[in-house]
Design a protein around this ligand. Structure first.
Ligand code: BGP
Length: 483
């Protein structure tokens, strides 16, 4: 089996799960710095302080009091402080990924490294230099950087002062960030993602808003739509060769049965994804937006110019994550932003209850391509599992190899049989990093093991897993080792 020669392969990360160095290089604080560690049994918490000094903690996706602001409790562990130290080890990590044969690397910009509060008139040079060095290191090894401008985060000060993305003022702050990035890296970076998992953003940690009600969330998301479109319009002036996408959490749900009501429940559930992508990829609110918003008692404040901006700033490609599949029926209780967690009885589940379903990736590629006819970039996929390291510092992760093998075969079919233009594939967390949903280190995705536990203890040394050698062979032989 051969893949197109120009298909990009690599790994993906997000700054607050990977980078660390939270108090170095004049980095400011981010909202997600206030999210503690956790586990499947003990959910992560967001710690905050109100104006009168009362301290509290809330589930990561919960609401916090109106006058609250993130607070770092010295007794708690916050994984984003040191993450797995890409900040100091980026050369080593990029070299490892390059020697595996990677041709791309997705990473995200820490907003508060460039603008510590988000409001400064002038950017922080140390922050600019850090990503300049990361990008140069990629290029040195022939790796095409894929930059996420904003991955589920916002500077603390913008949350505090403006209630985050609920305010239009944040659009301008974001555009100031974009301008600095385009000026400094525009000649080196072709592929950009304006935002991560736009359809799963909510609450303080992601949006900087203190309330998770639909009115606040969907108004904030409208501002994100406008910000993304304006960023793309600006980039086309400054860096005409650039390609713009945004990322959507796209793991599919299937209808639980062929009962017509279940199939319609599935159509409606999928709108929890397409509502977001339709606006950004097609450039206008879809017909069902009216009922989608009315059903949630949301009235959007849309300014007259916004409609034109959305049209002009629609995206060049669709980027997505796809990890698993689930099912939907009229009985399903949808989780945050319309996700179904009902298990599909036909596929096995990971230790975190994620249904392992290689066909899901071909399904999504088809579903999305037929809707938008734009190139697709698979920017997150992979298996989060418990890895045991032996006395020789080796992890024999055959389960991960099996997962990748089976998913890659389906991607191949999507390209070859279905004719879908796939730009590239970046596996989530090629170097082990902190889990977003649970805050654990134990849930590992990487080709490379990082010696660190859930509370940040360990040398952080890197060790190659069996999947690293398998992937190296896969890339060298262009897929000949698939079985
Ligand atoms: C996506 C996020 C990532 C990432 C991934 C895996 O939702 O974009 O930041 O972490 O999921 O999820 P988890 O880390 O919870 O296993």
């Amino acid at each position: 089996m051969r893949f197109p020669e120009d298909l990009l392969w690599g790994s993906a990360s997000a700054d607050f799960q990977y980078e660390g160095g939270f108090n170095e290089g004049d980095r400011g604080l981010l909202t997600c710095d206030f999210v503690t560690d956790g586990s499947l049994r003990q959910p992560r918490q967001m710690t905050y302080k109100t104006k009168n000094g009362t301290k509290g903690a809330m589930a990561m996706r919960g609401s916090i009091p109106e006058d609250a602001v993130g607070y770092l409790d010295p007794e708690r562990y916050y994984p984003s402080r040191q993450a797995v130290d890409f900040y100091h080890r980026f050369k080593e990590d990029i070299e490892l990924l390059a020697k595996m044969g990677s041709t791309t690397m997705r990473f995200s910009i820490c907003w508060s490294r460039i603008f510590p509060t988000g409001k400064e008139p002038v950017a922080n040079q140390e922050g600019i230099d850090f990503y300049q060095a990361v990008i140069d290191e990629c290029l040195k090894w022939g790796i095409e950087p894929l930059v996420t401008i904003c991955h589920d985060e916002i500077p603390l000060v913008l949350a505090d002062k403006y209630n985050g993305w609920s305010s239009r003022k944040v659009i301008d702050c974001y555009l100031r960030l974009c301008k600095v990035l385009f000026e400094n890296y525009g000649d080196k970076v072709k592929y950009w993602l304006t935002f991560n998992e736009v359809n799963a953003l909510s609450g303080y940690s992601h949006l900087g808003v203190r309330s998770v009600d639909d009115q606040t969330t969907l108004q904030a998301i409208h501002h994100i739509f406008v910000a993304s479109a304006k960023a793309k319009i600006m980039a086309k002036e400054m860096i005409p060769e650039s390609q713009f996408g945004a990322m959507y959490a796209s793991s599919p749900s299937y209808p639980a049965t062929c009962k017509p009501e279940d199939v319609m429940a599935w159509v409606e559930q999928r709108r929890n994804l397409f509502y977001f992508a339709d606006v950004m990829v097609r450039g206008y609110y879809p017909a069902y937006a009216k009922s989608f918003l009315e059903g949630r008692n949301v009235v959007l404040n849309i300014e007259p110019d916004d409609i034109e901006i959305l049209k002009e700033g629609c995206l060049d490609f669709y980027a997505f994550s796809c990890y698993r599949s689930s099912i939907v029926s009229t009985q399903t209780n949808l989780g945050h932003y319309g996700m179904s967690f009902d298990p599909n009885p036909y596929v096995k589940q990971s230790n975190w209850g994620w249904g392992i379903d290689p066909i899901s990736i071909r399904f999504v590629l088809n579903e999305v391509y037929e809707r938008y006819q734009k190139p697709l970039f698979i920017v997150e996929n992979g298996l989060g599992e418990i890895d045991e390291i032996d006395e020789n510092n080796f992890v024999d992760d055959q389960y991960r190899i099996e997962y990748l093998n089976d998913h890659f075969k389906e991607i191949k079919k999507a390209v070859e049989i279905d004719g879908i233009p796939v730009i590239g594939y970046t596996m989530w967390g090629g170097i082990d990093l902190v889990s977003l949903s649970t805050g654990e280190m134990k849930k590992r995705y990487g080709f490379v093991y990082v010696d660190m536990d859930d509370l940040g203890n360990g040398s952080k040394n890197r060790y190659l897993k069996a999947s690293y050698y398998w992937m190296r062979e896969f890339l060298k032989s262009n897929g000949k080792n698939l079985v």
